[in-house]
Design a binder for this molecule. Sequence first.
Ligand code: FMN
Length: 203
Amino acid sequence: MTATSSPRRKRVVGLGGTFRQASSSERIVRAVLAECAAMGAETTMFDGPSLARLPHFNPENPARTAEEQALVEAVRGCDAIVIGSPGYHGGYSGLVKNAVDLLEDLRGDARVYFEGLPVGLVVTAAGWQACGTTLSALRDVVHAMRGWPTPVGIAVNSVEQRPFGPDGALADDGIARAVRAQAQQIMGFAFEVSTEVSAGGLA
Ligand SMILES: Cc1cc2nc3c(=O)[nH]c(=O)nc-3n(C[C@H](O)[C@H](O)[C@H](O)COP(=O)(O)O)c2cc1C
C-alpha cells in the first residue's frame, strides 16, 4: 500500500473595503473568497473596519499591534491574495494603501513581499474612468510587490451596476462570471513559478 498525503488547503487572504456598512468593494472581495472556499481554500478576510484599526505605517517604528501582526502573518503564510478598493479621487484608498505599506515587513522574508503569489484585484467606483485607473494602479502595486495580478481584474461601476440582490447574493451575471473566473485563476495558479524565480534569481 502506498501512503499518500493530501495537499494542504490553499490559504487565500482578502483585504479591502471601506467604512461603509455595505461596502461594495468588500462584498465583492468576499464573493471571490467564497468561490475560492468552494474550490477548497481556507480564507481570511481583513475588511474596512479592521484595516482602519491599523496605525499609520511608520517605517521607523518596529513596534507592531496585534492587528498589524495578524495581517502580516496571514499574508506571510498565504498562497494567494485578493485586494479590493474603491476608486477614491481616481486611485485606490488610503485605507488599502496603509495596509499594503505595512507589508513592507515581508521585505526580508525568504519569500519577499508577494513573490510568486497570484493576486486578484477588485475595484468599485462611481464611474468607469476611476474603475480603470484604480485597477491599473493596483496592478502596478502588485507588480512592485513581486506578485502576479490575475488576468481577470474585477471593476464594478457602483452607480450603473447592481452587483447584489436583496438576499445579498450576487445578482449580476457578468460580475458573478468575473468573480468565478478570478477565483479559478487564483486557485489554478502554478505555484512552482515562485520557486524557479527564487532559485534562479532575476536576470
Ligand atoms: C472620498 C471619495 C472619493 C471618491 N472618488 C471617486 C472618483 O474619483 N471616481 C469615482 O468614480 N468614484 C469616486 N468615489 C465613489 C466610490 O468609488 C464608489 O462609491 C465606491 O463604489 C465606494 O466603494 P464602497 O461601496 O466599497 O464603499 C469616491 C467616493 C469617496 C467617498
